[in-house]
Design a protein around this ligand. Structure first.
Ligand SMILES: O=P(O)(O)OC[C@H]1O[C@](O)(CO)[C@@H](O)[C@@H]1O
Length: 542
């Protein structure tokens, strides 16, 4: 069967009610599974077991098992950059690293040791600043894949973070953001980590320069000579550029071209996180991810959580033509997850040609958005309930809350379950009329009000449950989404591991900067030229 054959089923599928599918009484049990400590209920999706089995058969025909195998074994599947995709090996035991990475394994293992050593030394106060003080803060500078992973994990694992060492992340190239971060930092107790695979990224370098300037200016003169070489560290493939910037070679941790930015948390990029949560918790994070890797690479597709989620995503995107995916974590600690997944999913699968460069005949990545529950209920969920747009949703919730406020967690979870039920059940006109009648409205009022109270329902959702948000479960969760996205890319026959789409903006950004600085560029549109003039006038006028 081809994907286009499934698309023929749209008419029949989209008009049936998801609730009616529950007439088969074992649906909830049959359409749920566990992996690496996570539980997934996908029974509220608009798909039957039979349809899913057809999709699984299709995935097998497409060679998904070989694709997965090729990724884990280090084939150069990132074809446009001629690179392997091996972030998963970074969370595997050393014996696996040696088998897969061969000569490079030693460097990878040595880098892990170096990360662990510096984490211990900073946290124990053995490694001190240029002025001899214990570090109280870490400022991380990076953007894109060199930012989101660290950010999401720091937010998720806040309860596991040190109380004496705070980690702050600076990404956006905005003077306001820089000043806000620096306002509460003390140069004599701040360790700086620059994360940049290339060490050429404009935003990161400009931020690094500003922070360097701040550190040099604010340091006592007797320490300013050593402050950068002592207190700055970097994770980069570009040793030359990092040393030119003033970093000691010993303070630079390598990255490898087979680790994409958005999958790099598991490498030395995780250093700031490890500083915050300690080596043991960082190892548990990797262990959780490794268990998901094992599950993904070895489980039958029928029981394979990333594969099932990938197929359901394809069903929603291509067969039912739903263009978005809402990520709604009902857990304050997971509030950065939607932003993280926007990058992981849309930068990976936001493509329209296949690996051979041919135009695709199907759509790919959904528009991913979201926010923590219950805030989203008081915002965009109105549209999800009452507009004509059907937005498939991933609800994510922990069985145990992070706080001692048990009542809060009960209310949070009740809201989460309620939304998944409400999105599926909806409310038809007759129900709305009946409710209004029971509330004492007269027939004239009911006629006017009832249509406004109808909810379309039939919105499919997944419910992902963690026992609690811990380094282990969070590692498994990140790996689950990484693999779901990879599996979708394999099935769409695209390269999920490059991101050429971000380049044009970068290039034009440089051109425009030179026009702002006095150059000329006749290739720019009249609109942009006028905007530049307006900006220049406002700044000259100051
Ligand atoms: O780590 P670098 O080289 O500074 O690049 C930053 C990020 O920008 C991108 O090029 C585009 O988002 C990502 O691939 C990368 O993670």
């Amino acid at each position: 069967m081809e994907l286009s054959d499934f698309c023929q089923m749209k008419g029949k599928v989209s008009t049936r009610s998801i609730s009616s599918l529950f007439s088969l009484n074992n649906r909830a049990a049959a359409m749920s599974l566990t992996a690496a400590g996570l539980f997934l209920d996908y029974s509220k999706q608009n798909i039957t077991e039979h349809e899913l089995s057809l999709l699984i058969a299709w995935a097998k025909e497409q060679g998904l098992a070989d694709d997965i195998q090729q990724m884990f074994s280090g084939e150069k599947i990132n074809s446009t950059e001629n690179r392997a995709v091996l972030h998963s090996v970074l969370r595997a035991p050393n014996a696996v690293k040696k088998t897969i990475l061969k000569d490079v394994a030693e460097e990878v293992i040595e880098t892990e040791r170096r990360v662990e050593k510096i984490v211990d030394e900073v946290r124990s106060g053995k490694l001190i600043s240029a002025s001899g003080k214990q570090y109280t803060d870490v400022l991380v500078i990076g953007i894109g894949g060199s930012f989101y992973g660290v950010k999401v994990a720091l937010t998720a694992l806040r309860p596991f973070c040190s109380n004496t060492l705070s980690v702050h992340v600076l990404a956006n190239v905005d003077g306001g953001a820089v000043q806000e971060k620096l306002a509460n930092l003390d140069v004599s107790t701040t360790l700086v980590i620059v994360i940049s695979k290339t060490f050429t990224t404009q935003e990161t370098l400009l931020n690094a320069k500003a922070v360097k300037q701040w550190m040099l200016t604010k340091s006592d003169t007797q320490y300013s000579r050593n402050v950068i070489s002592t207190q700055w560290f970097a994770i980069s493939t570009n040793i030359a550029k990092a040393t030119d910037f003033g970093l000691l070679v010993d303070h630079i941790f390598p990255m490898w071209d087979w680790v994409g930015g958005r999958f790099s948390l598991w490498s030395a990029v995780g250093l700031p996180l490890a500083l915050a949560i300690g080596n043991q918790a960082f190892a548990q994070l990797k262990q959780g991810a490794y268990e998901m890797d094992q599950h993904f690479s070895h489980s039958a597709f029928e029981d394979n959580m990333p594969v099932i989620m990938a197929l359901i995503g394809i069903w929603n995107r291509n067969v039912l033509a739903h263009s978005s995916l809402a990520i709604l974590p009902y857990d304050h600690s997971l509030r950065a997850l939607p932003g993280y997944l926007q990058q992981t999913d849309m930068e990976s699968n936001g493509k329209s040609v296949n690996k051979k460069g041919e135009k695709l005949t199907c759509t790919t990545a959904p528009i991913v958005f979201g926010q923590e529950g219950t805030n989203s209920q008081h915002a965009f969920m109105q549209l999800m309930h009452q507009s004509d747009e059907i937005i498939p949703t991933d609800f994510i919730v922990a069985l145990k809350g992070a706080s001692e406020l048990e009542e809060h967690h009960k209310v949070l979870v009740a809201n989460c379950f309620a939304q998944s039920e409400a999105l599926m059940q909806g409310k038809i006109l007759i129900q709305a009329q009946q409710e209004l009648l029971e509330q004492g409205f007269n027939s004239e009022e009911i006629k006017k009000l009832a249509p406004h109270k109808v909810m379309k329902g039939n919105t499919p959702s997944n419910m992902l449950m963690l026992d609690e948000v811990s380094p282990h479960s969070f590692g498994a969760l990140l790996a689950l989404y990484e693999h779901k996205i990879a599996a979708q890319g394999f099935l769409w026959k695209i390269n999920s591991f490059d991101q050429w789409g971000v380049e044009l903006g970068k290039q034009l950004g440089q051109q425009i900067l030179s026009v702002i600085d006095g150059g000329e560029d006749p290739s720019l549109s009249a609109s942009t030229s006028a905007l530049i003039s307006r900006f220049k006038y406002a700044n000259v006028a100051k």
